[in-house]
Write a protein that binds this ligand. Structure first.
Ligand SMILES: [Zn+2]
Length: 268
């Protein structure tokens, strides 16, 4: 699933192409991808709107329109692609034809991705925790969010109401950088460990962003290319290969129903 670095990469790539563009036509091929309003109302709301700005909140893309906002959540296999000409595609779920003739296509193999038109996105965003790359997000804030929580670190990092934007890949990467075991009870962390976790989260996300995201299987950039961060991952997908820090083989374990990659020696 695309996480913060992948979604942020798309936002940065979209910005120069679509800011100020008008959506002339909407072809909704699979109405089931629209959460709100009804599919018919969604098309009516979107048609003719001018895109003023593109941004990200957690794993959501937000297009600020001259009326309301369009939100996109890519979930497992969703992609946004910018095409200069129409091309047939069995997985195209919606096409947005822009006033410069380009087509912004929402493609989704497995149909978990979702589109929203909302007057006020805060109704959805207020369920999300803080943005880990926000300069105002400090180690004290992380400590406060974990204090008194009964969960394990990995599960809490994946919980979007604790922190927004982290998924399986960057949770494992952050915990390796912080030298913390994914099953550590969050309440057991001391101040120094919180500081390490805060740094680990930020470094893992910034590294992903620097390499335009991680393409394991499905994630693509706006014009169809892959991210590069899969070549730089510390533990994710590296079971059996030596830990970059201590040489111990990285293990993959299913913990609480989710797989986690970690170093059994240097993550405590
Ligand atoms: Zn190690």
């Amino acid at each position: 699933m695309p996480e913060l670095p992948e979604v942020e990469t798309l936002v940065r790539e979209l910005r120069p192409y679509i800011t100020g563009r008008r959506i002339d036509h909407v072809i909704l091929r699979w109405p089931g991808c629209v959460v709100t309003p009804s599919p018919r109302a969604f098309v009516r709301r979107m048609k003719g709107r001018v895109i003023q700005e593109v941004s990200r909140r957690g794993k959501f893309l937000r297009f600020v329109l001259d009326q309301g906002s369009w939100l996109v959540h890519l979930k497992m296999t969703g992609r946004l692609l910018l095409l200069s000409a129409f091309e047939p595609d069995p997985y195209a779920r919606a096409d947005f034809i822009l006033d410069d003739g380009r087509i912004l296509r929402f493609q989704d193999l497995r149909k978990f991705g979702r589109l929203y038109w909302v007057a006020d996105p805060e109704r959805i965003f207020r369920q999300l925790g803080p943005e880990p790359l926000d300069p105002q997000f400090r180690p004290e804030d992380l400590a406060r969010r974990l204090a008194g929580r009964r969960g394990r670190l990995k599960a809490l990092l994946l919980d979007q109401s604790v922190l927004a934007g982290i998924g399986n890949i960057y949770a494992d990467e952050a915990l390796w950088r912080a030298r913390l075991h994914p099953m550590r009870p969050a309440a057991s962390l001391n101040g120094e460990e919180i500081q390490r976790l805060w740094e680990g989260i930020r470094e893992a996300l910034l590294a992903g962003l620097r390499h335009h995201g991680t393409t394991i299987q499905w994630y693509r950039r706006l014009e169809g290319g892959s991210g590069e961060h899969q070549r730089y991952l510390k533990v994710y997908g590296r079971a059996g290969q030596p830990c970059w820090r201590c040489g111990t083989p990285v293990v993959r374990q299913v913990l609480q129903g989710r797989s986690a990659y970690f170093c059994p020696v240097c993550q405590r």
